[in-house]
Design a protein around this ligand. Structure first.
Ligand SMILES: [Zn+2]
Length: 547
């Protein structure tokens, strides 16, 4: 025994004197938030083969390791790479290639932006996204009168900010060859006036209109994936879950990885198609791609009154929204997921939708479990239903910027039910952890906004003072965990990413502002200096690290 100890000490001395352990990269001089279980900090870590091999003080790391590359963080904060727990990778790419209608203050402004995009001709169609009639003087849902007048020949489809509604002109409607009364178009999804479609389409019908436009070529898709990836990396997002992809898109993503263009980790949720369920018989992990979930829907969105409510909308008596799930089909997919070891991830906004999915989950999960079945958005929850999250370990997946984007009009739609809406702290308390995301491109990819909205419950104008329903604010530590280690846990990837600890991937981000200590206005303006995935730099703002 004595000999053994002496031998170990001698060996240790030999290493420290003569041959330091070789690492690929060493980061020093940082304020490193590891997001480990103790939420500990360090100043340095060493990376080898893409993974962290040790964390500690500068002295500890430099005395033990040497490396080919050194990163001096210059006292800036370092966090695990941000993980967006719910986004739409392809839609983000498409949206970055589309006419941007975010922030338009009127229908006329939309027309102006579309006109500009059409300038010079050569376009076979026009697609735009991001409008929100709640930002206009006239807040009623728009029709296509103006679109038909200005663009009589070219198909135009403009998608609402929530992706649950579009306005299409007649040229676009004609591509589908549908007429009012067509049995394939549910009447609550396509209003009709004077015997004609008004051009407004909701939910599944809005998707049909979008898909009716000529589809992008493989090269265009490739370009979209590149755009989406750059957008993520520049905001420090090194991992994301993309919510509901067809087999065709999954193959494109695999090809993107095979051609070495994929530089971030993508957790792909299957869209609910028989093609997907017959192709994937168990969860798989292929390099940077992880496939463990299936995306299901119960209802629509609150902004377009598609959210399915127990009682009618407070500002629209008699309207309880739209249930899009078919009972038999929904149960079939849940059972398929359970039998094949997949995670179910169901979109639920209204309290009726949440109650429905929670009860259906409960029937299958039966009690305590580690299936990590998720409810996406968990937006409006009836007071008695929080219990389901706790009892059946159902994971609420939240988008804090939805709260601050919706709060202005959500109170009108919901009335007193607003107390159980966007109730992130109450949801967190159910299981002690939850993932957060943005639902991009519905919201900006920027995870700093997620953090800001979760902690301060304010919008970009720092409104309202004191925050919206501040009782449901998360602490800074909780917010950071929700976008790193808890997001990784929500996709069964917490064994190898999400915190900066030995054995985990060296996915990390250096910011110019410390989210954990800075005043709220500085937090909101925090910027990424550098982003790394598996110890490789994938984004740099090309400025000195010095502030
Ligand atoms: Zn979504």
């Amino acid at each position: 025994m004595k000999f053994f100890i002496t031998g170990v000490i001698a060996l240790g001395l030999l290493f420290s004197c003569n041959m330091k352990e070789r690492a690929d990269l060493i980061l020093i001089n940082g304020v490193v938030y590891t997001a480990d279980s103790a939420f500990s900090k360090c100043t340095a870590f060493a990376v080898k083969d893409g993974k962290i091999v040790a964390t500690g003080s500068d002295e500890q790391i430099l005395s033990k390791y040497s490396a080919g590359e050194y990163v001096d963080a210059e006292r800036n904060p370092v966090y695990p790479g941000f993980n967006d727990a719910h986004g739409h990778f392809f839609e983000l790419g498409e949206s970055l290639a589309m006419v941007d209608l975010r922030g338009t203050r009127s229908y006329n402004e939309i027309i102006e932006r579309l006109r500009k995009a059409a300038e010079g001709g050569g376009k076979s169609y026009l697609a735009g996204d991001g409008w929100d009639q709640n930002d206009w003087p006239d807040k009623t849902m728009p029709d296509n009168t103006l679109l038909n007048e200005i663009f009589p020949d070219i198909p135009v489809v403009i998608t609402r900010i929530d992706y649950h509604a579009v306005v299409a002109n007649d040229a676009a409607i004609n591509l589908l060859g549908i007429k009012p009364g067509d049995p394939s178009v549910p009447s609550d999804e396509a209003p009709v006036k004077d015997g004609r479609f008004t051009g407004l389409f909701l939910e599944k019908s809005s998707e049909r209109l979008r898909l009716a436009l000529p589809s992008p070529s493989l090269e265009e898709y490739n370009d979209m994936m590149k755009r989406a990836q750059s957008e993520c990396l520049r905001y420090g997002v090194t991992s994301l879950s993309t919510a509901g992809e067809t087999l065709e898109k999954i193959q494109m993503l695999r090809q993107f990885q095979n051609s070495k263009e994929l530089k971030m980790r993508i957790d792909v949720w299957l869209s609910a198609t028989k093609e997907n369920t017959s192709t994937f018989s168990r969860p798989i992990k292929e390099g940077l791609i992880n496939i463990t979930s299936i995306k299901l829907y119960v209802d629509g969105a609150l902004g377009s009154r598609g959210a399915w409510m127990i009682e009618s909308y407070s500002d629209d008596s008699g309207n309880r929204g739209i249930k899009v799930a078919d009972d038999a089909e929904y149960r079939w997919y849940l059972n398929w997921a359970y039998d094949h070891g997949f995670q179910a991830a169901t979109h639920c906004i209204g309290d009726a939708a949440n109650r429905y999915a929670l009860r259906e989950y409960a029937k299958i999960l039966e009690g305590n479990n580690d299936r990590r079945w998720r409810i996406e958005h968990s937006q409006v929850i009836a007071p008695s239903d929080f219990e389901y999250f706790r009892k059946y370990n159902i994971i609420p997946s939240i988008q804090p910027t939805h709260a601050t984007s919706d709060m202005i009009w959500a109170a009108d739609r919901l009335g007193p039910r607003i107390k159980g809406a966007y109730a992130y702290k109450e949801l967190l308390d159910c299981n002690g952890w939850l993932p957060s995301g943005t639902d991009f491109p519905i919201e900006s990819v920027n995870p700093v906004y997620t953090f800001f909205a979760a902690v301060f419950r304010k919008n970009s104008e720092f409104y309202p003072q004191g925050g919206f329903e501040p009782i449901n604010a998360l602490s800074r530590e909780e917010a950071l965990r929700s976008m790193t280690i808890w997001a990784a846990k929500a996709s069964f990837e917490d064994e190898y990413k999400g915190s900066l600890e030995a054995g985990r991937y060296a996915d990390f981000v250096i910011l110019n502002t410390d989210l954990m200590t800075a005043p709220e206005k500085e937090v909101y303006r925090a910027k990424v200096i550098k982003t790394f995935v598996a110890g490789k730099e994938v984004y740099s703002d090309n400025q000195s690290l010095l502030p």
